[in-house]
Design a protein around this ligand. Structure first.
Ligand code: UAG
Ligand code: ATP
Ligand code: API
Ligand code: MG
Length: 493
């Protein structure tokens, strides 16, 4: 904890209304009344569920000495009125923690699919280069090799600045983070000074949150706009963009910094040639302005070639030698819950994957389709309280590439799982009969594994690394890999 005078926090924030004693000392900044401690500054955030302005009394009862709000209030402690408390939160948190993102190279990865994979590829590259890393994303938050659980892919601004400060205290050389479209839209990365911004791809997801695909893309583009237009010769900034994606033009125009392109189909700075894909991995020649190098990796599927190109481009921009990149790609065993085989000595294969969007499901099933020697089964569902329009698309894709689909529950959250499954199957035609619906995910996985014959492949999609299933507001223990392994053992008997 640092103790700052209010005026130090406010020193670079203009137009604060209200005359108050800015010599007062502030212990910590807090955005949740339940966590306020004596001496804290409480910032009111208007959320989706409640409005933080309604919790001011609780914050004061717990000892808040000052409130930051979007309206004046008649309370016993001074109130600073600002036009946007979210912006204030990001900026004041950055100031409070001493602008942590000015002190370490910060790499942000955005895009519909591949963010987590790219962050772990980068972690591996930097670690092979003997550099310590901090990673923030969907699976966990990592400081060096220590992992911590997370609620969001990209955390709120307060947690983010505090976390990056802890990473600096630990001595990291690079911070790598996933930047979700929600985070960009909700200002969670206000106060972050990115050095490298990476775009993987854009396809349909989150249309529950964004009004349209244009709106979703606009949110993604904010990461590139937020690279700013300050040019430092010793520390140039880079936008790394997939030119094979149709959104690449708009993203290139969104930044005033250097652009490094990558791709397989279109002209690009960083390219892959002679791509060979099989069931054991991927090989290709990595072509770059600083040389060519043959790559061999255990990561499966062409989409992972794109992920490797994105990670290579960012690493080359940050002066990492090609030999280190090659070495890292050769050694990374895979990413938790992404195209992860369930290891057991059987004549059929079971793969757990985090595909929960139409595009990722198509990519993964297409890859399996190209490699499979016999039938393909897919067990898949769609999350509740999320984009409903992706449900029929995912069901259609499942039946296009798999021989047989078992539609089941993902995380139903507060929705009725039967309704989610109906949304998935309603658009299927009468002659599409190669599927069944089993609401209980455990039963669905057992059933698929019972059907498997020699050389068949079963894809269990949607939950990847998750170790829970959320039904209603409650999370129950559930791990696709453990359930599948159990089913494989039971089938033997
Ligand atoms: C829709 C959304 O993004 N919601 C996020 C939001 O919650 P919220 O708006 O409901 O918050 P709220 O409960 O209304 O609270 C508003 C304010 O009142 C305060 N409060 C609340 C209660 C109280 O007693 N006292 C109090 O002071 C809260 O601390 C907060 O400051 O703020 C929370 C804290 O930062 C987030 O955890 C939460 O993410 C929820 C869990 C979520 O599911 N978000 C998803 C949609 C999301 O963000 N996903 C992306 C990944 C997407 C991808 O795959 O690409 C992500 O980055 O995670
Ligand atoms: N570059 C890619 N293009 C398309 N699909 C991909 C790509 N990389 C991974 N996938 C698929 O998407 C799934 C999720 O990958 P990953 O976790 O890396 O993406 P993400 O963008 O972090 O997803 P989320 O937004 O849910 O955190 C993988 O399990 C795989 O099925
Ligand atoms: N970050 C994604 C995760 C989806 C994972 C899937 N298992 C689901 O619950 O829909 C989201 O919040 O949309
Ligand atoms: Mg992710």
């Amino acid at each position: 904890m640092y103790i700052l005078r209010l005026k130090e926090i406010l020193s670079f924030i203009p137009f604060i209304a209200g005359s108050i004693n800015t010599d007062m000392e502030i212990n910590e900044i807090e955005m949740d009344s339940r966590k306020v401690k004596p001496g804290d500054l409480f910032v009111c955030i208007n959320g989706f569920t409640v409005d933080g302005h309604d919790y001011v009394d609780e914050a004061i009862n717990r000892g808040a000495v000052c409130i930051v709000a979007e309206k004046n209030m008649d309370v016993s402690v001074p109130v600073l009125v600002v036009s946007d408390t979210v912006r204030f939160l990001g900026m004041s948190a950055a100031k409070y923690y001493g602008f942590p993102t000015h002190q370490v190279p910060l790499i942000g990865v955005t895009g519909t699919n591949g963010k987590t994979t790219v962050t772990y590829l980068l972690e591996s590259i930097f670690n092979h280069n003997k550099q310590k890393t901090g990673v923030i994303g969907t699976i966990q938050m990592k400081i060096g090799q220590d992992a911590f659980p997370v609620n969001n892919t990209t955390p709120d601004a307060l947690f983010l600045q505090k976390t990056i400060k802890s990473m600096i205290n630990y001595g990291v050389d690079k911070v790598i983070m996933e930047v979700s479209s929600h985070a960009l839209d909700l200002g969670r990365v206000y106060g972050c000074d990115f050095d490298v911004a990476i775009f993987t791809n854009l396809s349909q997801d989150h249309l529950d949150y964004h009004d349209s695909m244009e709106d979703y893309l606009r949110a993604k583009s904010l990461l590139f706009a937020q690279l700013g237009n300050r040019y430092e010769e010793k520390h140039p900034k880079f936008a790394i963009i997939n030119v094979d994606d149709s959104s690449s033009g708009l993203l290139q125009r969104s930044t005033a910094q250097h652009v490094i392109t990558y791709g397989c189909e279109n002209e690009a700075h960083i390219r892959a040639e002679n791509i060979k894909l099989d069931a054991t991995g991927t090989s290709f020649i990595l072509i770059t302005p600083v040389g060519k190098v043959p790559i061999k990796s255990k990561l499966i599927g062409k989409f992972n070639v794109y992920n490797m190109l994105a990670a290579s481009a960012a690493s080359i921009a940050l002066q990492i030698p090609l030999s280190v990149i090659k070495h890292a790609f050769e050694h990374i065993p895979g990413v938790n819950g992404r195209f992860q085989p369930v290891k057991a000595n059987h004549s059929y294969s079971v793969i757990v994957d985090y595909a929960h969007t139409p595009d990722s499901l198509e990519n993964v099933l297409q890859t399996i389709h190209e490699l499979a020697e016999n039938k393909i089964y897919v067990v898949v569902g769609c999350g509740g309280d999320r984009d409903k329009t992706k449900r029929p698309l995912m069901a259609q894709i499942a039946l296009t590439y798999a021989d047989y689909a078992i539609f089941t529950s993902d995380n139903p959250r507060t929705e009725d799982p039967h309704v989610i499954l109906k949304d998935m199957t309603d658009g299927l035609s009468d002659d599409q009969t190669n599927y069944e619906v089993i609401v209980d995910r455990k039963q669905a996985i057992h059933h698929a594994i019972n059907l498997a014959q020699e050389k068949d492949v079963i894809l269990i999609a949607g939950k990847g690394h998750e170790t829970y299933q959320q039904i209603g507001h409650k999370k129950y223990d559930f791990d696709d890999r453990k359930v599948a392994l159990k089913a494989m053992e039971t089938k033997e008997k």
